[in-house]
Design a protein around this ligand. Sequence first.
Ligand code: MRU
Length: 332
Amino acid sequence: MLDGSPQELRTVWLEGDTVRMIDQRALPSAVRILELNDVEDVARAIEGMAIRGAPAIGAAAAYGLALAEIRGMDLGRAAARLRRTRPTGHDLFAAIDRVLREVEDGKTAREAAEAYARDDIERCRAIGRHGKRLIKDGMRILTHCNAGALATVDVGTVMAPLTAAKEAGREFFVYASETRPYLQGSRLTAWELGNAGIDHAIVVDAAAGLLLQRGEVDLVLVGADRIAANGDTANKIGTYPKAVLAKTHGVPFYVAAPMTTVDFGARTGRAIPIEERAEDEVLTIAGVPVAPKGSRARNFAFDVTPARYITGFITDLGVLKPADLRARRKKR
Ligand code: MRU
């Protein structure tokens, strides 16, 4: 915590000629600020999970292009490097495309990046306004991974309706699933819920079945990394089983995400690339081996939830059904 007021910090920002960001690997033990001086630093911070969460990665890439401009580096080359960092989250690509487009139209990359970051905050606030009505007094909500302020520039996606409902005086309870192997749920979401004064408990990822079977969850609310035009949604590995369980037990399953996460170029979830990360993240915990020497691991970072399991999308444009997304694609 910084003077007891962590909310005053953004996840990522440009200060003078340096990009600064909260190093999410150090949370919740310490709030450490990284200073990044060039595009390579930003690319490595994204690859190494110092910053993560689809919208936050997008903003980091936008600021990375601003740094490239400041250092006199070719923007095309900088963009190509940033595009290679993480394949699944769509905001990364949307942010890079937008900054390059605006530079062509005469803005500086710095201006374009600042505008992107400001808009990201506004998109999240709009998600909060639209989603607030879904959070009722006494509800028990299950979430996965981290889709709070740390996963965006500020405010968050899942966290936006939760904080809006809390500010409106509603009392509810959140189960944060811990999210192996990176523990975004226990390290980051629980930290943010605590800072917001929201009652919560951490559960292991495998507890979702029990909780839903016992009728102890009224709403499942998750973020998204890429939403295909038909509504199929990639999010942190372990999201899909929660969606199937929610449907089995008649519990609504909502995805909170800005429209920058929707990839109208991907017709279905089959077109979404799934990142596979290093084996070590599964084979060790905090550097300590937790598997026999010689055992291999597969470390899939995301899964895809088919649209038929999704009750609705809480977006900056309102609460949409998968069919609304399909209609929007046709219009485009
Ligand atoms: O691997 P991560 O931590 O970048 O994965 C993040 C998620 O899956 C989030 O749920 C998603 O990006 C939504 S963030 C508002």
